[in-house]
Design a protein around this ligand. Structure first.
Ligand code: SAH
Length: 355
């Protein structure tokens, strides 16, 4: 097939090239996405699983996700907890409630706690510093990960100095125009990227990521995401399908697929072999075996919910989110069984990147 001066490019030889060199051009990434088929998916997954096994064996890392607040000053068009959603019942957890979740999580074998939430001004640097210090003092063998959106460089620095180890901030899309179609005008692509750069410079292990199948996404914008990941080399990369939420402007948009999400998980593993790659709850939401399929495509992290059962349903980023009724212990037992059923094992470990 004629392709930019090369006589015959096939997905097969692009996959070979990617496995060998961990880099493709933007056009090549776009080609790999546009021309994907079952054969290419199988080839990518085989290689991704092989290279991941060389680094992580059959270990799957767990992160205890504590959803600390669904109050948010932002109005991201895709998100169920956006500020304009008046049907969302709002809550926030107190410092004590967050610590209780960590206590329970520790007993269940978690060695990483992820504090995630909307951009809620209640959580000042002072308050968060206290929470982080308390968790780290009580559980020095644990990592604290924050996922609290965009904050100032000074704030990120204070929280890092208080002991936070990692920060998850999905870039959402590496294409500025696409970013602007997903976010209100008060938010900016430049600031998102600046935050990621600041986090990296301060010394955090940093996670970026994007939704698969978000409105206006194209093979070209995904290629840009992949190029960004190739260059930024995030320690973590969260990708999951976009799932429409009925009370957002994107209620009637199509959601992302398991197939493309898994395909991209394999590609990302090959781009940056040590990356910590979760099989997300969103993937488990759109298919009963979504998380297993994610692991079998190259993911190596799962993030069960540790939030108090009373608030779980309220942290509804998208419709039909799974695991909102279970106790934390049930979620862990269920995931352990699921991983075991495909030949993997959940480990009690901080789960740092093995670079
Ligand atoms: N406020 C924090 C945490 C956001 S929630 C922040 O800005 O980083 C974590 C992620 O959930 C988001 O980054 C987004 O990519 C994802 N998300 C939000 N709405 C979603 C939806 N409808 N479908 C799938 N994923 C969604």
């Amino acid at each position: 097939m004629a392709y930019k001066g090369v006589v015959s490019v096939t997905t097969e030889n692009l996959i070979e090239k990617l496995s060998d060199t961990h880099t493709l051009t933007l056009d090549e990434y776009a080609y790999l996405i546009e021309n994907r088929d079952e054969n290419a998916a199988r080839m990518l997954a085989e290689r991704a699983v092989k290279i991941r096994k060389e680094i992580y064996g059959t270990d799957v890392f767990v992160r205890g996700l504590i959803e600390i607040s669904n109050i948010c000053k932002n109005d991201c068009l895709y998100c169920g907890i956006r500020k304009s959603n008046s049907s969302c019942e709002r809550y926030r957890l107190s410092a004590d409630e967050i610590l209780d979740c960590a206590d329970e999580g520790y007993k269940l074998g978690f060695r990483t706690f992820v504090l995630q939430g909307g951009e809620d001004g209640y959580y000042t640097d002072d308050l968060l510093e206290g929470i982080i210090k308390e968790i780290k003092q009580k559980y020095p063998d644990c990592a604290v990960t924050l996922s609290l959106g965009e904050r100032s460089r000074e704030s990120y620095k204070r929280l890092f100095d208080a002991g936070a180890d990692r920060y998850l901030l999905r870039h959402e899309t590496a294409d500025k125009e696409h970013y602007e179609k997903l976010h209100p005008s008060e938010m900016s692509f430049e600031n998102r990227m600046r935050c990621l750069k600041n986090l990296r410079e301060i010394g955090y292990q940093v996670g970026c990521g994007f939704m698969v199948g978000s409105p206006y996404q194209t093979a070209r914008t995904i290629a840009e995401d992949l190029k960004f990941i190739e260059e930024f080399k995030p320690d973590m990369c969260g990708i999951g399908p976009f799932v429409p939420h009925g009370a957002t402007p994107f209620a009637n948009e199509k959601g992302g697929t398991v197939e493309l999400t898994c395909y991209l998980l394999s590609i990302i593993r090959l781009i940056y072999p040590p990356v910590l790659l979760p099989a997300t709850t969103a993937l488990g939401t759109i298919h009963p075996l979504g998380r297993e399929m994610g692991i079998q495509s190259g993911a190596n992290v799962v993030m069960p919910n540790l939030s108090p059962t009373a608030v779980r349903k309220k942290y509804e980023l998208y419709d039909n989110k799974i695991c909102t009724g279970e106790e934390s212990a049930q979620c862990v037992a269920c995931l352990k069984q699921r991983m075991k059923s495909i030949g993997y094992e959940i480990v009690t470990d901080r789960g740092d990147i093995r670079k």
